[in-house]
Design a binder for this molecule. Structure first.
Ligand code: GDP
Ligand code: IMO
Ligand code: MG
Length: 429
């Protein structure tokens, strides 16, 4: 068996959580391969809304196992807050959740460092979610990090203290102190206490060699779906650097983040919104600072699932979408949030980027260029709601034309169209 992949083709928040949940009944295992609690994946069914940050979005289906892979970074405090929220809703997430021994731990002092380093950047800040993502991946690649497997070994507390003291020293050398900051409303000491309580609880979860578990499961004919976090335009290598996250969000990240050989990658489903959003700083060529952008934000409830910040909105960006498709080897497209554009009398799509009078042939090295302008094609809107559509065959002609245009430009089928946040508002071909 092969590993299918679902990942975002834009700047995150494409609706990955919803689609992973919809796809879960087809799979035995759902596995997150990168990122951490910077992610916020929303799932809505039965009139209830759940937002997952670390737990894979297959958790609502009891027959499916959910793996937090080695490429993910975990804040145990946030993980158990999620687990407790699901337990309060009557579920037992520990029963079908597995955690890689090799996943790195986000320490309270990583979160402090994230805040200090962002504060120092001033106007050029990344707009990080301040969950400690950058500093934790820095320690991983600097070969200083603490991994989940280490909590089962003697000497964990000593290693923690050593690394924490290094972080606090760095913070002091930048002219800050840990008393200046609250972590989720708690002082550093109070957060640290809860973090250690969560470490004790973490020991009771199923901690495994997830690369062995996944490869053996594939050998035994089990099906696996890898769930991405963030989006391709936030990838540390190919995104709008430096305004990116600190992991590889692309298909290649599945191999390193789960221990899967490239030969074992199957279908790659690329998710995009019918328009674009971005939260945090950084270039966004098709951004709208007008009433259209505001209407997208209001109709699409475009406020961050993790931080609550308003998301920036703009038209669909085909140069970025095509670049993402190339990097990921996408073979099936999923378009989300078509319903948000229902009332728009006309809809624009960015077909190319122009610098001066020159239309760029390739996706540029640096999107952050004041001379870079989007070239738009204008299409008629569908100006009707989509509530009665049961399959893609039922959609209004103008929406069909919009899809056809995207399919022609990308050379890929749009196999799924989402017309609302609920599980059931999902149209298939
Ligand atoms: P993720 O990070 O990719 O999982 O996406 P988020 O959950 O952060 O953001 C997607 C938002 O759009 C959530 O609030 C979803 O409930 C919502 N959503 C998903 N699909 C649709 C859709 O087709 N239409 C509308 N109106 N909302 C959707
Ligand atoms: P999901 O999985 C949207 C953005 C942040 C910031 C940049 C770096 O829900 O799609 P970080 O905390 O990683 O240091 O922030 O990346 N960002 C996201 N934007 N969706 C996400 O995840 C994001 N995760 C990080 O806003 O601009
Ligand atoms: Mg999100």
């Amino acid at each position: 068996m092969k590993v299918d992949v679902i990942l975002g083709l834009q700047w995150g928040d494409e609706g990955k959580g919803k689609i992973v949940d919809v796809f879960t009944p087809r799979y035995d295992i759902i596995a997150r391969f990168q990122g951490g609690p910077n992610a916020g994946h929303t799932i809505i069914f039965g009139g209830k809304k759940y937002v997952l940050h670390t737990i894979p979005s297959g958790i609502f289906h009891l027959k499916t196992q959910n793996v937090i892979g080695n490429g993910v970074i975990i804040d145990p405090f946030i993980l158990f807050r999620e687990i407790d929220t699901l337990r309060d809703a009557g579920m037992q997430p520990e029963a079908n959740l597995l955690v890689s021994k090799r996943a790195h731990l986000i320490m309270p002092s990583h979160r402090l460092l994230d805040m200090v380093l962002e504060a120092e950047k001033g106007k050029s800040k990344i707009g990080s979610t301040l969950k400690g993502i950058g500093p934790t991946y820095t320690d991983k690649y600097g070969r200083n990090g603490l991994r989940v497997g280490n909590i089962l070994e003697p000497g964990f507390d000593g290693r923690y203290e050593l690394l924490k003291n290094e972080h606090l020293e760095t913070i002091r050398s930048h002219g800050f102190t840990n008393e200046q900051y609250l972590l989720d409303g708690l002082t550093f000491e109070a957060y640290e206490k809860k973090w250690f309580e969560s470490i004790i609880r973490l020991k009771s979860l199923q901690i495994i060699d997830s690369e062995i578990f996944l490869n053996e499961s594939l050998d035994h004919g089990k099906s696996v779906l890898a769930e991405g976090a963030q989006g391709t335009m936030l990838d540390v290598d190919f995104g709008s650097y430096p305004f990116v996250t600190s992991s590889n969000t692309i298909t290649a990240g599945v191999c390193a983040g789960l221990g899967i050989s490239p030969h074992r990658i199957g279908n790659v489903y690329g998710i995009f919104k019918a328009y674009c959003t971005r939260v945090g700083s950084g270039p966004f060529p098709t951004e709208l600072n007008d009433r259209d952008g505001e209407e997208m934000r209001v109709r699409g409830h475009e406020f961050g699932s993790t931080t609550g910040r308003p998301r920036r909105c703009g038209w669909l960006d085909l140069p970025a979408l095509k670049y993402s498709i190339m990097l990921n080897g996408v073979n099936s497209l999923i378009m989300m949030k078509a319903d948000v554009l229902n009332p728009f009398p006309s809809i624009k799509i960015c077909t190319d980027y122009r610098v001066g009078s020159e239309v760029l042939e390739n996706f540029p090295f640096d999107l952050d260029n004041e001379h870079l302008h989007p070239v738009y094609k204008e299409m008629q809107g569908w100006s009707t709601d989509l509530d009665d559509c049961k399959t893609i065959a039922d959609i209004p002609g103008a929406l069909g034309d919009y899809l056809k245009y995207i399919e022609n430009e990308t050379g890929l089928p749009v196999d799924i169209l989402s017309i609302g946040p609920d599980r059931v508002q999902t149209l298939q071909r």
